[in-house]
Design a protein around this ligand. Sequence first.
Ligand code: ADP
Ligand code: ASP
Ligand code: MG
Length: 401
Amino acid sequence: MLIVQKFGGSSVADAAKIKRVAGVIADTYLEGNDVVVVLSAQGDTTDDLLAKAAEINRNPSKRELDMLLATGEQISISLMAMALESMGLPAVSLTGWQAGFKTNSDYGNARILEVTAERVRSELDKRRIVLIAGFQGINKYDDITTLGRGGSDTSAVAVAAVLRADKCQIYTDVEGVYTADPRKVEGAVKLDEITYDEMLELASLGAQVLHNRSVMMAKKYSIELEVLSSYVRKPGTKVKEVAKNVEQMKISGIAKDNNVARIAVVGVPDEPGAAFKVFRALSNAHISVDIILQSLGKNHTNDISFTVTENDSDAAVAALEQAKDSIGFEHVSVDNHVSKVSIVGAGMMTSSGIATLMFEALYEASINIQMISTSEIKVSVLVAEDDADLAVRTIHNKFFK
Ligand code: ADP
Ligand code: ASP
Ligand code: MG
């Protein structure tokens, strides 16, 4: 079998952990499998590198930032190769470039265009364990790029797709995918299986356990993923097209996202074209908008509120102020202290009253809902950031107790 294994930052945080992970890799190899391993930077290395950059330049170019960030993963692969060497096993470490990860030029958030993987194949032919630096690639200018925070998961799925691997295992510091973040919510339940669509929603709505683009890619190429623990050897969670839902759960999970800002455009004329002008100003500035709410304002005007990521909030306000005369609003206000809390479940399509249960839980905890948005398989609410953890716990209790 050809097996791709990805180990996250906490799993390779220090020498002892690297040796332990080397043991997992060695066992897989010695069972007769071909093994490709994708690694993240050790522990908080990526955050530390960002802090180092900020000491020198508050606004460095994205190209140089990627050059810096990509070093973290290189430390991990070389140390892991040394650990395997010391066990007498043949291993070779490869950067994203050596492994053939071609990306576009969106530094800091690059997309994988192609993985050529010739070197990976030739090393596998020599029966070597191949260790690839996750999170990085190279663009058409031969510059190093990175895939966005948490992007090593996507590196692993991409290489599994190209090599047509039999398995893609994502090893992390929890035992699988849970109904809520098991570190924050007591009583969170581990799922045996979850569908791509549900996992994609959870990942996109703030459950950091998998990078959302890794799930998109796994769905596209029908790669079954398994999320499992680096520390405890037992089955984790399978992410696949159709999942069995043994306990007849109404929802499969709850996620929270703090990286949200709410912007209110107050006093927009109540006339055709008003919303168009507001959102045209934002799309011209390449700002993606999430939840939108239009409500009646004073004196025949409307208030249009929407959410963006916190990093986009300053740019959104600037774009609106610039278009103020053509839109004709009164003023813009921003609130960065909000969070989005979401429930996700394929069962929502067929079962009524699920949103009501969520709202009831929030009511019982006296938490005010600022905005609501729904799709076939999710309901999201915007709440004050200070209420968000309580909101997750109380909704979890409602559905899982
Ligand atoms: P890695 O370094 O292995 O990539 P991450 O920190 O990116 O690990 O992701 C694992 C973390 O995701 C867990 O420690 C957990 O706190 C968090 N998490 C958030 N939501 C969930 C969830 N629904 N199920 C499991 N873990 C979750
Ligand atoms: N090291 C990178 C990060 O911290 C990528 C990853 O861990 O997946 O975001
Ligand atoms: Mg991760």
